[in-house]
Structure formats: structure tokens, C-alpha cells
Design a protein around this ligand. Structure first.
Ligand code: AMP
Ligand code: MG
Length: 324
């Protein structure tokens, strides 16, 4: 069965303690829960569970893996996952909770799935202001990865009924908390480099951020295809050469298998011995990192180009693309 066939009984939960406790339990169980934030309805999954994060992509039908924003209950909670700095402290004090996302270096032993960051060494974090989202995050007490709760290519939902119309049968539950206020995405600021940079304009004006920082934000270079709006600063790419659709490893290569295409070397890995695309997606970036660390070229087994396989192949094609 393709992994995006609608088969779930999507529950509508109320934004009261009983509904939010149920929503937190579902997240813990690796299920997808949509919840209201002050920007748009998010589609949440436990950011530590790779297969739950993969299910976000399957439910949305997203054709490509982009890094996701992790939602936390407070700045203290966010600091479990990222390395904090002076700019982050100033901006969190001034604007959290609120529609501002900060990109910071991952902390050692962060526990966040490689699929959330799409293999990058940085993480986007935000503390949402919507009281029901805050309470859900407090009860859950963990990191929640959440892009907008709409099928890929459709407009972002600002009502529970929009989410239901788009994702009914694909997710476990929706916490109905009425209409979202801002209706705009969060502003994203990168704080992992030598100066703060505006990665995406959004619900919080850049001028307000500059005033709080006491310095101008660097703008991204729109001529650079890797920093075009909506794209990330740079995609994760292995150092070593990657060869796709390989039946087996050749001389010197290490093998990244899938299903019955199994390597025979001691360091070879298999994305999913059972041929499950959700499991393969959950392992993709972590396994690429591991194999890349061996310093040998990487041969990758064929991945079926259906369901999540399309997003996996999209990312593998970028990893294999020639570059200088
Ligand atoms: P959304 O679709 O609203 O969840 O927003 C995700 C956006 O955050 C994407 O445009 C990403 O490019 C950006 N983003 C997330 N994580 C990072 C990161 N580590 N570095 C740069 N941009 C990021
Ligand atoms: Mg979106």
C-alpha cells in the first residue's frame, strides 16, 4: 500500500486540557497532530522520532525534504537542542513567544532526527505564542517539528476545517482552536554565522528585529540559487562521490542499500531491509553522514520513485550532482 493512502480516523480535539493531553499522547506515540499557532495551523510530529517526521512528508505529499522548524514551549526548552548565543538571548527576550524562528547550531546529543534538519548542522527553533500550542508543548515536554498543515502546493490553513479538508484520513488528530491570528509565516533569522541574517521575511518585521539587535540584518543573496527565498542557506551534501541506482558496490565504494539490494561489506548500511519508504526516509541523512565519514565513494541502491521515494530520490539526486 502506498504510504500516503488516507486510512486514519482523523479526530477533532478541543483545545482544553483533555484534548491537549490526548494530543500530547498521540505525539508521543509517533502520530501526527495538527495544532493552531499564531501564524497558521502546523502539522506536528515528535522531532526525535524519524519515522514520525517522515510521516509529515508522506501526509503532505511533499516532493522534497527541506529542514523543518522545531517548536518548543520556552527558550529554556529550545536550549536543550541548540547552542545559545548573545543574539539569540536578545531576540528571544524581545520576541518569544511569537512569530520569530531562530536558526542556531545543533547542540551535541540533541536527539533531533536528521530528517528534521535535512542533514544540516543547524536547527530552526521557535516558541509559538498561541496559548493552546504553548500548553500542548508544555504537556508534551519535547521538540515538535511542524510545517504548515496543508497538502504540498496548497495554501496554508488558518482554520481547523481547512486542515480537515486537506488532510482528513492522513493524520491522527486536529486540535481545533479557531482562527489563526497572524496568517503569515514566521520570520526566520540565522544566528549560526558571523552576523545575523534574514533567511525569510514573515510575521515579524525585520526593522523590529534590527532595532532589538542594534545592528542591521544581513540579507541573503537572491542571485545565489542556494539562498533563493524559501530555500535553505545550503543543502547538506556529502563530501564523497555518490553513485545512484547501483545494484552493488564497485571497487572501493561503500554501499547504501534498500530492501533486497543489500551490501556485503562490514560498513555497508541498508535504509530499510524490509523496503519501507518511511523507514528509509527516517534513516536517509544519518546514514549518508555515517557513510560519508568513511571517506569512500558511496553507491546507493535504487529507490522506488513512489510516495516518499520521490522525496528520497530528489535528495539523493542533489547529493550525487556534480559540484565544485
Ligand atoms: P516552514 O515550511 O514554515 O516550516 O519553514 C521551514 C523553513 O525554514 C524553510 O524555508 C527552511 O529553509 C527554513 N529552515 C529550517 N531549518 C533551517 C536551517 N537549519 N537553516 C536554514 N533554514 C532553515
Ligand atoms: Mg507551508
Amino acid at each position: 500500500m502506498p504510504d500516503n493512502t488516507p486510512s486514519k480516523d482523523t479526530k477533532i480535539l478541543t483545545a482544553d486540557p483533555a484534548g491537549l493531553t490526548r494530543a500530547a499522547q498521540l505525539l508521543q506515540a509517533g502520530e501526527l497532530v495538527s495544532f493552531a499557532t499564531e501564524t497558521v495551523y502546523g502539522l506536528g510530529a515528535d522531532a526525535r522520532q524519524g519515522e514520525a517526521v517522515a510521516a509529515i512528508y508522506a501526509a503532505k505529499g511533499r516532493p522534497s525534504f527541506n529542514p523543518l522548524i522545531v517548536h518548543a514551549a520556552s527558550a529554556e526548552a529550545a536550549q536543550r537542542y541548540v547552542l545559545w548565543n548573545g543574539w539569540a538571548e536578545v531576540l528571544a527576550q524581545a520576541f518569544w513567544p511569537g512569530p520569530l524562528t531562530l536558526v542556531l547550531p545543533l547542540r551535541p546529543k540533541h536527539g533531533i532526527s536528521g530528517l528534521v534538519t535535512a542533514g544540516l548542522e543547524t536547527l530552526a527553533v521557535r516558541v509559538p505564542a498561541q496559548p493552546s500550542a504553548q500548553r500542548l508543548l508544555q504537556i508534551f515536554d519535547g521538540p515538535v517539528a511542524a510545517p504548515s498543515a496543508n497538502p504540498s502546493g496548497r495554501i496554508s490553513p488558518t482554520l481547523a476545517s481547512h486542515v480537515f479538508a486537506g488532510l482528513n484520513g492522513r493524520i491522527a488528530a486536529i486540535v481545533d482552536d479557531g482562527a489563526c491570528g497572524v496568517g503569515l509565516e514566521s520570520t526566520i533569522v540565522g544566528l549560526a554565522g558571523e552576523a545575523p541574517i534574514l533567511l525569510r521575511p514573515g510575521g515579524l518585521a525585520a526593522e523590529e528585529i534590527e532595532e532589538a539587535l542594534g545592528q542591521p540584518l544581513r540579507q541573503r543573496d537572491v542571485q545565489d540559487p542556494l539562498t533563493a527565498p524559501g530555500q535553505l542557506l545550503s543543502h547538506y551534501a556529502p563530501n564523497e562521490q555518490v553513485r545512484l541506482n547501483a545494484a552493488a558496490a564497485r571497487n572501493g565504494e561503500v554501499f547504501l542499500g534498500f530492501g533486497a539490494h543489500q551490501g556485503s561489506g562490514p560498513e555497508d548500511l541498508n535504509l530499510s531491509p524490509d523496503g519501507k519508504l518511511t523507514e528509509a526516509a527516517a534513516h536517509l541523512f544519518d546514514y549518508l553522514h555515517q557513510l560519508d565519514g568513511l571517506g569512500r565513494p558511496i553507491a546507493v541502491a535504487p529507490i522506488p520513485d513512489e510516495g516518499l521515494g520521490a522525496a528520497i530520490n530528489d535528495r539523493l539526486a542533489r547529493a550525487a550532482a556534480p559540484r565544485d
